[in-house]
Design a protein around this ligand. Structure first.
Ligand code: FAD
Length: 320
């Protein structure tokens, strides 16, 4: 059976959820072979094996942490040469897309970014994408070289599928470009204790209707009851009510959770571009004519300061 190379996103050996989703998709195409780099790479093997990786290629070197993406591209290319995979799958983070694009150029292959689904096809994997501000859904296939595909978080369910997960050290020699851009400092992001916005299974977002930074506590309370991440419209971010890193939309983050709850958000096309592929969409808006209601699965016409706390109480009560 053909092997499919999966680039692993992990933090000191803790594998991030989008990689486990990639393993689910990779198993549709062939036998997953994972590549884990940097500190804790070998510690990923247990989790990766539980989710279907037959082999886990590992490499650690100071270059992976001390320089930007090129050392990782060198390693991915070394893995590609060693495995000769039927496809290469990479998580669709900003870094993942840069790594994938650089690999595709080096090996002369076509690339598809931001896929939201993958199926095996007679002539290679068929990727589904949501394009033009989520107005169209396309399916495409790479016609040249080994398919390199980046896949968005929340595109597949994480499914355990025990496999050997045999650790195999990978020899990597770094290219002349590898040390071209040095990381000179790192500032850890302040932890909110909430899931990462782009990976969260549930996102609760607030817009201009929230009407003030202090009122975002209402949105955060519902998010915490649901174990969700907090998002915001650009209007809320531009008003300084919530950090820019939480903006959802065309010029913010793209999210595709199982459940997206929009409160006090009108549903402008630029906001929809960042959340329209969410599986279930709920909106709370006091204007029954708000465009957001055109795309929701469930809509509540009402004042968010009345509705959201009731939702929070109900969720909390049912959990108890
Ligand atoms: C190039 C460009 C890029 C952009 N990128 C983005 C982007 O990435 N993300 C983004 O979000 N926007 C983006 N925008 C801005 C976008 O066009 C809208 O202006 C913005 O999304 C509006 O945010 P909003 O829905 O919060 O505010 P509004 O459109 O003002 O809507 C507020 C809504 O809240 C409702 N409301 C008010 N009070 C309450 C209440 N108490 N209870 C319930 N409902 C209430 C109102 O009925 C209204 O529907 C971009 C614009 C441009 C031109």
């Amino acid at each position: 059976m053909a092997e499919v190379l999966v680039y692993v996103d992990h933090v000191d050996g803790a594998v991030r959820k989008p990689t486990l989703e990639l393993l689910t998709l990779a198993r549709r195409l062939g036998e997953p072979v994972a590549l884990a780099l940097g500190s804790g790479a070998e510690a990923t093997a247990g989790t990766l094996g539980e989710h279907g990786a037959v082999r886990v290629l590992t490499a650690d070197a100071p270059e992976f942490a001390d320089y930007l993406v090129v050392p990782k591209v060198d390693a991915l290319q070394a893995a590609y040469d060693a495995v000769s995979p039927a496809a290469v799958l990479v998580p669709s983070s900003a870094e993942g897309k840069e790594i994938a694009a650089r690999l595709a150029v080096r090996i002369g292959s076509g690339i598809i970014t931001d896929a939201i689904d993958l199926q095996a096809g007679d002539e290679g994997p068929v990727a589904t994408q949501s394009v033009f501000a989520a107005s169209f859904t396309t399916t495409s296939r790479i016609t040249h070289g080994t398919p390199v595909i980046t896949v968005k978080p929340n595109s597949a369910a994480v499914e355990p599928a025990p496999a050997a997960g045999t650790v195999e050290p990978l020899a990597v020699s770094f290219s002349a470009q590898a040390t071209g851009t040095k990381v000179v400092s790192r500032t850890p992001r302040e932890s909110t204790g909430r899931p990462e916005l782009t990976e969260a299974a549930i996102v609760v977002s607030g817009g201009r209707g929230v009407n003030g930074a202090e009122n975002f506590a209402v949105i955060e309370a519902l998010a915490d009851a649901l174990g969700a991440a907090v998002g915001a419209s650009r209007a809320a971010v531009d008003a300084g009510w919530y950090p820019h890193s939480h903006q959802v939309g065309q010029t913010g983050k793209t999210v595709s959770p199982q459940l997206y709850i929009a409160s006090g958000i009108s549903g402008a096309i630029q906001h929809r571009a960042g959340m329209q592929t969410s599986k279930t969409i709920v909106a709370i808006n006091k204007d029954a004519e708000a465009p957001i209601f055109d795309l929701v699965d469930y809509g509540i016409v009402g004042d968010l300061f009345n509705v959201v706390p009731q939702l929070t109480d109900e969720v909390t009560a049912r959990k108890g």
